[in-house]
Design a protein around this ligand. Sequence first.
Ligand SMILES: O=c1ccn([C@@H]2O[C@H](COP(=O)(O)OP(=O)(O)O[C@H]3O[C@H](CO)[C@@H](O)[C@H](O)[C@H]3O)[C@@H](O)[C@H]2O)c(=O)[nH]1
Length: 453
Amino acid sequence: MGRRRVVLATFPAQGHINPALQFAKRLLNAGTDVTFFTSVYASRRMAISSAAASPPGLDFVSFSDGYDDGLKPGGDSGRYMSEMKSHGREALRGLLLRTDATFLVYSHLFSWAAEVARDAHLPSALLWVEPATVLCIYHFYFNGHAAAADAGSDDIRLPHLPPLRQRDLPTFLLPEAPERFKSMMREKLETLDAGRAENEKVKVLVNTFDALEPDELRAVDRYELMGIGPLIPTAYLDGRDPSDISYGGDLFRTPEDDCGCASWLDAQAPSSVVYVSFGSVLKLQKEQMEGIAEALLACARPFLWVIRRNEDEEEEDEEELSLAMELGKLGKMVRWCAQLEILGHGAVGCFVTHCGWNSAVESLSLGVPVVAVPQWFDQGTNAKLMEDAWGCGVRVGGGGGGELRRCIEMVMDGGEKSRVVRENARKWKDLAREAMADNGSSFNNIHAFLQQI
Ligand SMILES: O=c1ccn([C@@H]2O[C@H](COP(=O)(O)OP(=O)(O)O[C@H]3O[C@H](CO)[C@@H](O)[C@H](O)[C@H]3O)[C@@H](O)[C@H]2O)c(=O)[nH]1
């Protein structure tokens, strides 16, 4: 029998590419070939950041979605998604015809890929790159439980989930969200459900682990949710492969881009640095930036702040911050960094984060407590989980720089709350490692998945 080949169709955003690449490595290690399928834009960017040749068994196939230089800020995202779908479908159809693929795994904004696989009689599974809880919320919302959320209630009861407030919901489900976002998610869930054979559950691979979301992973009867995370490089887990220190597909970093973060951190005291980053997508408003600057200065602790900017944008941001000089004396501001290396450095004491799911998973896996400043998408739900369910952080309740400062101090000041969140962060770090270790829950789930395919 020939080797298995999994096609991994991945939406071209950092938050999807990172876990997909890590999953690809797991498949390769288990003797499965992988074809990584994404847009030309993402492939080119990934090739810039990673000079290393692909490991044997892994190849990359890209398709032009009409946005080979990426979607520009302020661009029409609706059109972008529909172009992606029409070009992507054709390209994937062609790929499946000419390869020996035996299975398709797709990330959730590529749900059209499941239809292409179905037409080609190829089995498929969704790789869900957000917590199981978020998938459960969408499922129950679209299956008879929308009333409380739609009414703007702050006491939303969904099966198997803790009571939720509006701010804990994915923003696509908020009453004020544009209808097209809701429709998009509804359509994605319908596509997923349409793949279900009679008496069979739909397989969903989730970047989480059993101990983290034990009830949520079993909450939806029609889905078989398999916790296969944390999908982060193994050097940060069991350390068995010390060379596996990055995902290998950075969209925003070039090899020349050594921001000097590691040596700067080396010079700081243990657990003293406040690391601030809002992921790969968000661009904060000027007012929010000023609030962060004010909080960091008031805390008077060393900080490392990632202020994202696309290459074609004007120099602005921190140059424009009214307190730029004072900030420069206290901390370091960079455009992009190797986040895992930062979170794994002993000098980092807390992570001020938007709670994108990868950032959340990385902080849990590396035992770094968080100050959660969610903005949109799934981030409010993730922040709720981090604060209430896992106790490894505090959530900023609005209120600008003063409130942010208060929350950073709560995590950093060594007081009672600070001790508790640190202890919980350490506990989740251990459990994350256990999940991925030999015979851990995620290790076993990945192997069970491979048996099934
Ligand atoms: O300077 C940086 C900043 C980020 N990262 C990495 O970039 C990824 C960012 O992912 P994530 O934390 O999930 O944030 P976003 O890029 O904002 O992710 C989008 O996609 C995620 C998955 O769907 C959602 O959970 C988020 O809400 C959504 O904003 C992480 O792996 C980080 O390690 C770096 O390596 N260097």
